[in-house]
Design a protein around this ligand. Structure first.
Ligand SMILES: *[C@@H]1O[C@H](CO)[C@@H](O)[C@H](O)[C@H]1NC(C)=O
Ligand SMILES: *[C@@H]1O[C@H](CO)[C@@H](O)[C@H](O)[C@H]1NC(C)=O
Ligand SMILES: *[C@@H]1O[C@H](CO)[C@@H](O)[C@H](O)[C@H]1NC(C)=O
Ligand SMILES: [Fe+2]
Length: 436
């Protein structure tokens, strides 16, 4: 298949439309529990992989934020024969393709960035394209909280599980998720399954299929590579980091992050969220300490700049940390255990979108003190009913020293493992929604 991708940046000039009804379904959770066993990928002839009809029809349409502040959208798609085409578009409805076959999609422009703007994110990681992946996406679409943007924490298609990293599986994945990502932005993070480094078959350039297919607005945040960047959306400042790019001192990612953190204006975006693929605090017996070297490099900054929450994937399970830091250690002083630290973020692993590798269930015992909650869906639900409707899965995000006291309300989870819905509300909005 001679596929050519096309990417255009659309300027969004229409006034922001914000859904005024803020749902606060704290404690909502579905009874769905993903089975522990490995699943299988949906076969190539599955309904969700169907090629849209028509000669050279644009397919795998996906959008993401196109600039730093949400006034532009990057629209990308793939056509089979002729090179991808010019965009003829309106601001909210957009049409891709030329001549023979065009297809129309739409999206809602985001609200202007500001501290009191409620917003709802979906969090998905490690999705893949199995039958369980399809269930995750369906759960997300049907979730009453109506996520407006997906924060995707890496590992998209798992095409690299196939011989020669079969790129057909990148295509099927693109067609599979189109039903969501053509209509709302997904903010991309690179995972290990995006590396596609395979010198044995002549592929010596890492991240090629991923970067060719999934554009991100990295230049808008002065980044020099698409693996680390930032966007503002509503009341949140979102920093995306790359677990699989160099992050040591003096590296481009390090220097970028060092310059980036002081730029965050918490009066404008009180929420500071970081996305990465490999978790720093993980007590499952999978990928144990893989995030450790990055933690050592960057954790002091996360505490200094009071990052609210760090989301990661990679481990196919759910885990939430206490607010802890482990930054006192200096090789000789022996102070090497995480300690409670109200300036530290909460770390959440949400790494099971349903890929074919199955659930991670093997945990280190006893549960380390830093780990506030981990476990399979059924346990998650029990824990929810104990904590009642004021579901603060993130714990209490009540930073008295922050200009705005924000509490995530309605961290509704579908099984607590597949995906998470994050609603950003300020204190007043919470009160008027009966959350506190
Ligand atoms: C995937 O999910 C959608 C929506 O629930 C459903 O219509 C479709 O049949 C499913 N496909 C497969 C292969 O499971
Ligand atoms: C921070 O944001 C606030 C609110 O938008 C604004 O009034 C203030 O000027 C900003 N501060 C800086 C240093 O840009
Ligand atoms: C769980 O992981 C530990 C440590 O890797 C291993 O020793 C143990 O056999 C595993 N248990 C199961 C049931 O797989
Ligand atoms: Fe991973």
């Amino acid at each position: 298949m001679r596929a050519s991708g096309a990417t255009l940046v659309l300027a969004v000039v229409a006034a922001a439309v914000l859904n005024a009804a803020v749902l606060c379904s704290g404690g909502f959770t579905s009874s769905f529990v993903r089975k522990v066993e490995k699943t299988v990928d949906m076969p190539l002839d599955s309904d969700v992989f169907e090629v849209p009809p028509g000669y050279n029809a644009p397919q795998q349409v996906h959008i993401t934020q196109g600039d730093h502040i949400g006034k532009a959208v990057i629209v990308s798609w793939v056509t089979v024969d002729e090179p991808g085409s010019k965009l003829m578009t309106l601001n909210i409805y957009y049409e891709v393709g030329i001549g023979h076959t065009t297809r129309t999609f739409w999206f809602t422009t985001p609200p202007a960035v500001g501290p009191d703007v409620p917003y709802t994110f979906g969090l998905i990681g490690d999705l893949g394209q199995s039958y369980d992946s399809n269930r995750t996406l369906t759960h997300y679409e049907r979730n009453p909280a109506k996520g407006q943007t997906v924060l995707f924490v890496g590992d998209l298609s798992y095409a690299d599980n196939y011989p020669n990293h079969d790129n057909v599986r990148w295509d099927t994945w693109g067609r599979f998720v189109e039903r969501s990502v053509a209509y709302q932005p997904w903010i991309w993070t690179a995972g290990n399954h995006e590396i596609d480094f395979a010198p044995d078959i002549g592929e010596t350039k890492p991240f090629k299929p991923y970067t060719h297919r999934y554009r991100v607005p990295y230049k808008a945040s002065d980044s020099t590579a698409p693996f680390w960047y930032s966007v503002k959306r509503a009341s949140a400042y979102i920093i995306v980091l790359s677990s699989y790019s160099a992050y040591g001192k003096y590296t481009p990612q390090y220097k970028w992050l060092e310059d980036e953190l002081p730029k965050v204006n918490r009066s404008e975006t009180p929420w500071l969220i970081v996305l990465m693929h490999s978790p720093w605090y993980n007590s499952y017996n999978y990928h144990y300490m893989e995030g450790e070297t990055m933690r050592v490099m960057y954790e002091p900054w996360f505490v200094q700049y009071k990052v609210d929450v760090v989301f990661a994937g990679h481990v196919h399970a759910y885990e939430r940390s206490e607010r802890v830091s482990n930054i006192a250690y200096n090789i000789v002083n022996g102070i090497c255990s995480p300690v409670s630290d109200q300036s530290a973020p909460v770390y959440i692993t949400i790494g099971d979108g349903g890929n074919l590798e199955g659930l991670a269930t093997n945990m280190s015992e006893p549960q380390p003190k830093y780990s506030a909650f981990r476990g399979p869906a059924s346990a998650m639900q029990r824990s929810l009913s104990r904590t009642g409707p004021m579901l603060t899965t993130v714990g209490t995000v009540t930073r008295m020293d922050m200009p705005y006291k924000l509490i995530p309300c309605g961290f509704s989870t579908d099984s607590g493992i597949l995906l998470m819905i994050l609603q950003l509300l300020n204190l007043e909005q919470l009160q008027s929604n009966g959350c506190i």
